[in-house]
Design a protein around this ligand. Structure first.
Ligand code: FES
Length: 338
């Protein structure tokens, strides 16, 4: 099946079962996207000719107005034959490595906190991705693939490390925590995502994480430690917010990078004051965006920002970054999954 974009501006082939978005990215065509799961709305398009199968008709990425105008989400459409599509290309381009689908075998599981674990998968070919990107896992018993960010760096051994939080009643985390065993195989499709570490950054870096957002931020910090923090006089401030002290993590992983403390700093805040008092926590109490502001203040405006975490954390951070400190969008990197 062939897709023609904007009257011939670009053309790409779609394999059986692939969505418009994934096929375009595999072909190196820069369609705009962030989540790949129907949530962010970045991949809105108009199907001018041909038929598509819509995977999730109620996807929140489309507004009522979009639906009235007949718009679709490229990440939720499978072509049923040749298709003509109208959609702007992403001026940011695509990430260096196009995504591919392959089989990954679970090799190890490590606890990070009481409800966060690291799952190490291995593919037969090298793991190629940029720090901060994610991949889709096809888990047993689940109709839809789930997106998880890698915590490690690209490597020849084919290792993909994911940090997953157990979500009460969550099918995907249940499958990973309770069903899969080392030696089991799943489908892995990736890498995806636009919030990857830009290698040519000339500013100090800020990483802000909550929950399983630890993974992409650790990957960005690891990538920076291997390159930018070694090569120049740059600094990285890493912030992690949890509800209770037992939720906090990431400090040991950052310390293991061997970057001098004045170049790589870890900051944590706990949002539940009662839990903090009960546990004897003497660090910051409150939302993580308050600690970011208190620690960096005016200097935030000169930084390159990476963030990943629960919707509430991201929604509280954006006004601080975009309005209070007027940081331009091209210096704030995150993939919106809501
Ligand atoms: Fe398609 Fe987010 S809705 S990429």
């Amino acid at each position: 099946m062939t897709v023609s974009l904007n009257g011939g501006e670009a053309c790409f082939e779609v394999a059986e079962g692939d969505t418009l978005l994934r096929a375009a990215l595999r072909a190196g065509v820069a369609l705009p996207y962030e989540c790949g799961v129907g949530a962010c709305g970045c991949c809105r398009c108009e199907v001018e000719q041909g038929q598509v199968e819509v995977l999730w008709a109620e996807a929140p990425g489309l507004s009522e107005r979009d639906r009235r105008k007949g718009r679709q989400l490229a990440c939720q459409c499978r072509p049923q034959g040749d298709v003509a599509l109208k959609m702007r290309l992403d001026p940011r381009g695509t990430a260096p490595t196009p995504p591919r689908r392959q089989t990954a075998t679970l090799r190890a599981v490590r606890p990070l906190t009481h409800d966060l674990r690291e799952f190490v998968f291995q593919t037969e070919t090298p793991a190629a991705f940029e720090p901060g990107q994610y991949a889709f896992l096809g888990l047993p018993g689940l109709a839809r693939e789930r997106a998880y960010s890698m915590a490690n760096l690209a490597n020849a051994a084919g290792e993909w490390h994911f940090c997953v939080r157990r979500v009460p009643g969550g099918e995907a985390s249940q499958s990973l925590f309770d069903t899969l065993r080392p030696g089991d195989s799943v489908a892995l499709d990736g890498p995806y995502g636009m919030a990857w570490l830009r290698p040519d950054v000339v500013r100090d870096i800020v990483c802000i994480a909550g929950g399983s957002g630890l993974a992409p931020m650790l990957s960005v910090a690891r990538g920076a430690a291997a390159t930018l923090l070694r090569e120049g006089p740059r600094r990285l401030d890493f912030f992690y917010g949890g509800r209770t002290p037992a939720d906090l993590c990431g400090r040991a992983e950052l310390a293991a990078l061997g970057v001098p403390g004045e170049r790589l700093r870890y900051h944590a805040a706990v949002s539940d004051a009662q839990a903090a008092a009960t546990a004897g926590w003497t660090g910051a109490v409150g939302p993580i965006h308050a600690l970011v502001e208190q620690t960096l203040g005016e200097t935030l405006a000169e930084r390159e920002i990476y963030l990943a975490g629960p919707p509430g954390m991201v929604e509280a951070l954006l006004p601080l970054l975009q309005v209070t400190h007027r940081i331009p969008p091209e210096r704030i990197h995150f993939d919106r999954f809501f």
